[in-house]
Design a binder for this molecule. Sequence first.
Ligand code: PEP
Length: 250
Amino acid sequence: MRRRVIAGNWKMYKTLAETRAFFTTFNPLVANSKHCDIVVGPPFTAISTALDSVKGTSIAIAGQNVSWSQDGAFTGEVSAHMLAEAGCRYVIIGHSERRQLFRETDDNVAKKTLISLESGLTPIVCLGERQEDREAGLTEEVLGRQFTGGPGALTPDEFSRILLAYEPVWAIGTGRTATPEIAADAHAFLRRCAGEKFSIRHASALRILYGGSVKPDNIQGLMAQEELDGALVGGASLDPKSFAAIVNFE
Ligand code: PEP
């Protein structure tokens, strides 16, 4: 059985004081939660405060983005090496907001994934179709293209060190969750892509998180699907009680 991962993506929310307050409430609520890996992705400015706040717990911290370059004159960017040195263990790559608002391409995603692995981070690589893709029957074509251009460009060994997050764009921040069956179908498709590109062993070990309006009241239905190996949670990860209720789904 693949170990589940529940990851929170705070996006551009939370000051340092709010970060401390979050963990003061959250940590005791998940202190006995041994059934899954717990990850929180604060904004860059709050990473160090978050790391201080989770010392002595099993909660891991993630960057929400990373540069594809090791270093250089890239104003506003943060490197994988910097994230790893700061104490992050994970990094979210290719979130749909990065793809749509900041024009990130599959090639960017592949480069960011590779450089993150080189720095010892575990990339959480996001992919997902838009509403219009789904309506046009193009879901698998879009997912297949994102897979091939991003994680599919890795070596088998590199691929075995990443997580995928299936995040249908139409479900992110909209309150419209994919039904557990829709999510499971997409996960099964991505697992088939991994099997065809790498091996059955890689496919069955691959952990795929679902993201898109995950809340305390739908997490159980989603996690009842064997194909779903966890969740990437946006809005509901901002409130410590609601995120703890998601972590404690079983
Ligand atoms: C996300 O930002 O990755 C996300 C899934 O957001 P939300 O849970 O708010 O839909």
